[in-house]
Ligand binder design. Structure first.
Ligand code: 48H
Length: 261
């Protein structure tokens, strides 16, 4: 390849393309059916399932990248483990894996995470990255949306960035923020519910319990992934991800049932 002639486009055209397309899409999602806070494995899975079923869904993610803890297994080693029967999700996503021992599967974390992100984008779910949850919208004891700000603004001390956030309305919000259970904590800080804090490690019990407790914790607020452990004081499972994926699927089912009511 000697040379390529790229299309003659000016600097201002590039800026306009970004501004106008972003603004158009943002406008469409100012009011939506489901907002998922957190783009880790549970949030991505919930978003993929909902959007593939035709639900209008937006993910809010404070980092510029999606995937949360799904890029690594544990201890900075990028092999994931999944316990049976959750390898079915790896099959769905076409992620190669091998059986390490009976019912325990290992996959490349980077491969699994990339495929999950791609499948979520392909499903039609929309993503606002570099966006942090600031608060919830609460109408008559029901969560009705989220208050957001740019993550960079949220990271600054108040006295430097006294920039007000904006609100997005939704019929349902899903807390998929992992160990911090950030949305749940906004309700707890107002005395509307009480969390137990995450329990100690007990792999054997943890994953079944997380999926079992994935539910609507407060009117309008569904919880998934490690946010479930934090809310209910369930044992943790360490670096194995089957329950995160299955909990995301269950959160989507709970949301669809609620939307139908
Ligand atoms: C916007 C936010 C905010 C905010 C956080 O931690 P995650 O990967 O969460 P899960 O629950 O999908 O998966 C948990 C798993 O990764 C894990 O940690 C396991 C299995 N641990 C077991 C154990 O025993 O330790 O992803 C949460 C996402 C991240 O991308 C955050 O950046 C994002 O939520 N997030 N986004 N506004 N305020 N807080």
């Amino acid at each position: 390849m000697n040379s390529i002639d790229f299309a003659p486009v000016s600097e201002s055209q590039i800026t306009r393309a970004i501004v106008s397309e972003f603004a158009k899409e943002f406008d469409k999602y100012v009011a939506t059916e489901v907002i998922i806070v957190g783009g880790g494995p549970s949030g991505l899975m919930a978003a993929k399932e909902l959007a593939s079923g035709g639900v209008k869904v937006l993910i809010i993610e404070r980092n510029n990248y999606l995937g949360g803890g799904f890029w690594l297994g544990g201890f900075l080693m990028n092999k994931l483990t999944i316990r049976s029967p959750a390898e079915s999700v790896l099959d769905e996503l076409e992620v190669p894996y091998k059986e390490y021992s009976k019912g325990l599967y290992v996959a490349d974390a980077t491969h699994a995470c990339s495929k999950l992100i791609a499948a979520t984008c392909d499903s039609g779910a929309k993503i606002l990255n570099m966006t942090a949850l600031d608060d919830v919208v609460l109408h008559k004891d029901k969560v009705n949306g989220v208050v957001i700000n740019w993550a960079a603004v949220s990271a600054l001390p108040r006295e430097i960035a006294c920039a007000d956030p904006v609100s997005l309305e939704s019929k349902l919000v899903i807390d998929a923020t992992g160990h911090d259970a950030v949305v749940v904590k906004k309700l707890e800080s107002r005395g509307l519910l009480k969390t137990k804090g995450q329990g100690a490690m007990w792999v054997e019990r943890s994953e079944n319990l997380v999926v079992q407790h994935t539910s609507e914790l407060y009117p309008g607020l569904i919880i998934t992934g490690m946010a479930v452990s934090a809310a209910y004081g369930l044992p943790r499972m360490g670096p194995t991800f089957g329950a995160m994926l299955m909990s995301g699927k269950k959160a989507a089912e709970v949301a669809v049932d609620k939307l139908r009511l």
